[in-house]
Design a protein around this ligand. Structure first.
Ligand code: HEC
Ligand code: HEC
Length: 277
């Protein structure tokens, strides 16, 4: 691949002396953030042929990529549509997206909007396996505007972390209301492991992408790990380690969890499991 900054003498605007890989990362990052519809690979291709003479096609691609996402981002949020779609999802993920069957179905409420939307696109494009969900996410059934509505609807559901104490024998005790309230509470049983050690590793290695105390990160579409079922997280670790799922799109060939032992992860998950206490 040929990068334009190998051509040190050209006077184009981009010839700042930074490493090509670094520049690619910035561009990829920018496009992932701003332009989910514009594939960064289009950019890599256009950059690889970059030369002052190739400025015209490069600008054309740039314009195209800037225009499409602007259209893509102008969905009017339709909460009623979000709620309606959620009726399909709730069969497995619970009516408040709280997940179920002890982690067989992950918690999807309160996750960053961008993370939910990304996963739905990956399932739809068969880049992430999910036999259970396939029939719900075909392009025809779940167009981009629906992906936006359901992702936003779910991301705006706030699940409590504590159930208020209540006297079940009081005359005004409402058992049904209490049941609903408990469904809207995320309580993850404490997982075995060294919480202090887990906290240290988490803060050093994971919090930049998964957010402070594990509550997710909107900027890079990093999912929350606190509040997620521990056995679900382990299932994903397996998929990430074997690259059935891509952990960090910026370095798809390096699976960062392979650098951590099972003991490290056990301790990290122990720390995350008490965040809701
Ligand atoms: C038939 C059951 C079923 C239905 C219906 C279903 N899902 Fe899922 N979903 C699953 C399962 C199972 C997984 C976990 C897959 C795995 O283990 O990798 C999952 C995973 C997900 C994830 C990834 C979460 C994460 O943290 O990795 C998202 C997001 C999601 N579903 C959203 C939805 C939405 C939105 C709908 C409704 C349009 C929906 N699901 C309908 C079964 C279902
Ligand atoms: C460079 C950013 C980055 C770092 C650092 C990072 N992650 Fe992630 N992680 C992500 C992103 C982004 C996803 C979602 C991937 C996707 O879209 O499928 C993810 C997904 C996960 C998942 C799957 C969760 C789910 O609900 O699907 C687990 C588990 C996970 N990471 C654990 C960790 C742990 C543990 C660490 C620290 C040792 C860590 N990650 C460090 C960015 C990162």
């Amino acid at each position: 691949m040929r990068y334009f900054d190998q051509d040190q003498n050209n006077s184009n605007l981009f010839s700042v002396p930074i490493r090509p890989n670094f520049r690619l990362r910035i561009i990829r990052f920018y496009f992932r953030l701003q332009q989910p519809n514009c594939s960064p690979t289009v950019f890599e291709k256009s950059i690889s042929m970059f030369h002052p003479k190739a400025l015209i096609p490069f600008s054309a691609v740039l314009m195209l990529c800037l225009i499409t996402p602007l259209q893509a981002q102008t969905y009017d949020y339709d909460p009623d549509n979000g709620e309606e779609i959620n009726e399909l999802c709730s069969g497995c993920h619970g009516e408040f997206g709280q997940g179920g069957k002890d982690g067989e179905y992950p918690r999807i409420a309160s996750q960053p909007l961008e993370f939910i939307a990304n996963q739905l696109r990956l399932f739809r494009d068969r880049k992430r396996k999910n036999f259970a969900m396939v029939e719900y996410i075909d392009d025809r059934q779940l167009p981009e505007s629906d992906i936006y509505d359901i992702s936003r609807y779910l991301s705006e559901i706030t699940l409590k972390t504590q159930l208020a104490p209540v006297d079940e024998n009081a005359p005004d005790f409402d058992a049904y209301a209490r049941l609903l309230e408990s469904k809207m509470t995320m309580q993850i049983p404490k997982a075995e492991g060294d919480i202090e050690r887990g906290e240290k590793i988490y803060n050093k290695e994971c919090d930049s992408c998964h957010g402070k105390e594990g509550w997710g990160n909107h900027k890079n579409a990093g999912p929350m790990l606190a509040g997620q079922y521990t056995n679900y997280l382990w299932r994903q670790v397996k998929q990430l380690r074997t690259k059935q799922r891509i952990h960090d799109e910026d370095s798809p060939n390096d699976e960062l969890l392979n650098e951590f032992s099972d003991q490290d992860l056990t301790d990290i998950f122990a720390y995350l499991s008490v965040m809701d206490d």
